[in-house]
Design a protein around this ligand. Structure first.
Ligand code: NDP
Length: 244
């Protein structure tokens, strides 16, 4: 399937590493002009070397005011990928207020913040747009030691549905993808121990976790006109795990 984004401007959060970085590379290959947002300047510099023409914005998305100020300057955006996210592991009874605040600030509130500004511009211009929120299979099942993370991704799914409802009439489609484990820095932090990953892997009919490309391809499809009637989806990318 040939997907082209010529004359489209795309913004990707959490673009310095992992899934976000690969999304930017693929969007650029497909002709989009990309704005890459992330926290570590060195990651953005190396991305700029790999993808000439990419615009970069260094901001800590946990900082509501700094994020708002940065987003007000990005200009017209047609495609938005809210990818930035963090995880930390703790049993439910030991999860601290600080952990909870940090995870909800980045995984939920920054998505709210960035989307409000970008979608407002889309509505004002009247040309529609597409937004993909990177959620997780963690929104659809309980995972031990992931209370803060699971609940934050549940919030992402709910927000996706409300955004789809309210922005749909403006020709703005909003969907989410919900991958299982992807072996990025985040995936390795949580799942490198085979005694943890083994039981989860054993429940996946395809017998494997998800490759970064699997997630990137689904996101590009959802951003594209090939998905013109898809709105409000939370799309599992999990090799059949939920079929159990
Ligand atoms: P990585 O940790 O590999 O990369 C995350 C990127 O987001 C980094 O560039 C990081 O920058 C950036 N980021 C994090 N916090 C902030 C912040 N406060 N401000 C600006 N940038 C920030 O994660 P993944 O690529 O694995 O995850 C991407 C998304 O996919 C997340 O939403 C995650 O929840 C989701 N996901 C991941 C899965 C996995 O197993 N890996 C499974 C399911 C969903 P820096 O390093 O500088 O902090």
């Amino acid at each position: 399937m040939d997907i082209r984004f010529a004359s489209k401007r795309a913004l990707v959060t959490g673009a310095g590493k992992g899934i976000g970085r690969e999304i930017v590379k693929k969007l650029a290959q497909c002709g989009a002009e990309c704005v890459a947002v992330s926290r570590t300047q060195a990651d953005l510099d190396s991305l700029k070397n790999e993808v000439p023409g990419v615009h970069t914005i260094q901001v800590d998305l946990q900082d509501w005011i700094a994020t708002r100020a940065a987003m007000e300057k990005v200009g017209n955006i047609d495609l938005l990928v809210n990818n930035a996210g963090i995880a930390s592991l703790a049993p439910f009874l030991e999860t601290t207020r600080e952990d909870l605040d940090k995870i909800f600030d980045v995984n939920v509130k920054s998505l709210f913040n960035v989307s409000q500004i970008v979608a407002k511009g889309m509505v004002e211009r009247g040309n529609g747009g597409a937004i993909v929120n990177v959620s997780s299979i963690a929104s659809k099942m309980g995972i031990r030691d992931h209370a803060a993370y699971c609940s934050s991704k549940g919030a992402v799914d709910s927000l996706t549905q409300v955004m789809a409802l309210e922005l749909g009439p403006h020709k703005i489609r909003v969907n989410a993808v919900n991958p299982t484990v992807v072996m990025t820095d985040m995936g390795r932090m949580a799942w490198s121990d085979p005694s943890k990953s083994g039981p989860l892997l054993a429940r996946i009919p395809l017998g494997k976790f998800v490759d970064v490309d699997d997630v990137v391809n689904a996101i590009l499809f959802l951003l594209s006109d090939k998905a013109a009637s898809l709105n409000g989806l939370t799309l599992p990318i999990e090799g059949g795990l939920l079929a159990n």
